[in-house]
Design a binder for this molecule. Structure first.
Ligand code: OAD
Length: 257
């Protein structure tokens, strides 16, 4: 470690080695080093004149399905062309090591970019849905659309209905199963990480409250301070890639475990 690198703090390493259940809440900052703009930063180029709050709603889709699906398609293409970064890979390693010694690992994400899954994470609870599953507004059938180009805007289901992106829009509820599972596990784990999230968007940020109430060791990874920083046990002022150093320190160099 050199002077400019943050202290990774040995109590975290020791807890990581011994923890029976590790829960991670990830946010947009986890994907920053992959070059994925955050939701609000995404309004560039042709889209700069639009307000995300006015595109990410059921009302916007009902009023102008072509405009809304073109915007989400543009975001989907951007995410598809990006690659997982060292932070995503470290979480894959962490999961492998925890599972290999019989522990439990839960990754709860607010991200819609699927980079955790593309990196190889096995168990991911998506709180805000994904850009890669589109759901028919008539028959509710979902389809994984991957990076395939659309033939129309909105894309159409086999039944003829319009497909909408499988993300949670403003004014919509988060998926109850994932949310309550995430909250329960955050409150009952023995090591909790919040990584790359501003910790202000509820109900997702409620997982941090649940974790603090449940008294596992709590760790924040974020280059900037958030409302959670003073409430967690350890606030690492670092980018998500610092997780690789924690994993290496706890389990040795990257392995095929
Ligand atoms: P935000 O965009 O609110 O916050 C991103 C956080 O990542 C900030 O606190 C940054 O300091 C931090 N950050 C930046 N670069 C980082 C890096 N390299 N490593 C680690 N952290 C870094 O993103 P979220 O908290 O995920 O909702 O926002 C939650 C939700 O707000 C999003 O899912 C979206 C938005 O409205 C929906 O789309 C429903």
């Amino acid at each position: 470690m050199n002077d400019r690198e943050p202290d990774i703090k040995w109590p975290i390493v020791e807890r990581l080695r011994a923890a029976n259940h590790v829960v991670v809440l990830s946010g947009a900052g986890t994907s920053a080093e992959s070059g994925i703009p955050t939701f609000r930063d995404a309004m560039t180029g042709l889209w700069a004149k639009f307000d995300p709050m006015q595109l990410a709603t059921p009302e916007a889709f009902a009023a102008d399905p072509e405009l809304v699906t073109r915007w989400y398609d543009w975001r989907r293409e951007k995410c598809w062309s990006c690659q997982p970064n060292a932070g995503h890979v470290a979480l894959v390693e962490m999961e492998k090591h925890v599972l290999a010694r019989g522990g439990k690992f839960t990754l709860v994400t607010q991200n819609v970019d699927r980079l955790h899954q593309r990196a190889g994470s096995q168990r991911v609870l998506e709180l805000h849905g994904t850009l890669f599953e589109w759901r028919c507004v008539s028959c509710s059938k979902s389809q994984d659309v991957g990076g395939e180009p659309f033939a129309s805007y909105p894309p159409l289901c086999d039944c003829g209905g319009a497909r909408r992106p499988g993300v949670v829009w403003f004014g919509e509820s988060l998926p109850m199963v994932q949310l309550s599972q995430g909250r329960n596990e955050a409150g009952s784990c023995d090591l909790f990480f919040t990584v790359g999230t501003s910790a202000v968007v509820y109900p997702a940020a409620g997982l941090i409250d649940a974790a603090i109430a449940g008294k596992p060791m709590t760790v924040e990874v974020n280059p900037d301070a958030t409302p959670a920083s003073s409430r967690v046990d350890h606030a690492l002022r670092a980018s998500a890639s610092v997780l690789q150093r924690l994993v290496d320190a706890a389990f040795g160099e990257p392995s095929d475990a």
